[in-house]
Design a protein around this ligand. Structure first.
Ligand code: ADP
Length: 201
């Protein structure tokens, strides 16, 4: 099954582009969704996390306190490594299962850290949603109410724009309006249908 990785920095318009693909009937698997699923109550990973970090890492309703966990691993590299080694294979399994269950002619894996996390190994092509950094700051700020400093911190943990673009097979230029993004997605969709078809032949 042809799988396309859809990535881009914070606020670049990944979700907007993913919605365009969904509107065309394409199955989109969201890596952030997979990362949440594996730590849901009742999943073995959550029990392991609670044993390792203490029950204080859980909210009163038994769900993971993500903000607290982020803070803990931000301060301690050893703990971060432990957590990543636990979660990365599980997230990968979840993504693979969702991709395999896909019934559309090709599938999209939407991931903010597609290249950084190694998830690009699950896809045949990389599609980058690209905007200038000022646009990222504006749109992400408007969406989340974060300050430019907070957004810059997140951007610093992601690949620099040029390095991401260097890994792209296809680029969606999202500096324009949503209609322009939709047109570009429709054009790429035609190309991906062709690629999926020739892979089947
Ligand atoms: P990402 O998923 O990459 O973080 P989003 O798709 O959530 O980015 O887009 C960030 C914000 O910018 C959202 O509020 C979205 O509605 C808005 N947005 C995305 N693309 C455009 C565009 N072309 N024009 C105007 N606003 C946009």
């Amino acid at each position: 099954m042809l799988t396309i990785g859809l990535t881009g920095g914070i606020g670049s318009g990944k979700s907007a582009a993913a919605d365009c693909f969904r509107d065309l009937g394409i199955n989109v698997v969201d890596a952030d969704w997979a990362a949440r699923v594996v730590v849901q109550p009742g999943k073995p990973a959550l029990e392991k996390i609670a044993t390792y970090f203490g029950a204080g890492i859980l909210l009163e309703n038994g769900e993971l306190d993500r903000a607290k966990l982020r803070q803990r691993v931000f301060q301690d590299e050893g703990e971060r490594t432990w957590l990543e080694e636990l979660l990365h294979p599980l997230i990968r399994e979840e993504i693979v299962a969702a991709l395999q269950a896909s019934a559309s002619p090709y599938a999209i894996l939407e991931s903010p850290l597609l290249i950084e996390s190694g998830q690009y190994q699950l896809v045949q092509r990389v599609c980058v949603v690209d905007v200038p950094e000022e646009v990222q700051l504006q749109r992400a700020g408007r969406r989340d109410g974060n300050t430019p400093e907070q957004i810059r911190k997140i951007m610093a943990a992601q690949l620099p724009r040029q390095e991401r673009l260097a890994r792209a097979d296809d680029i969606l230029d999202n500096a324009g309006d949503l209609a322009s993004l939709g047109d570009q997605v429709t054009e790429l969709h035609r190309k991906y249908l062709q690629l999926a078809k020739s892979a089947d032949d």
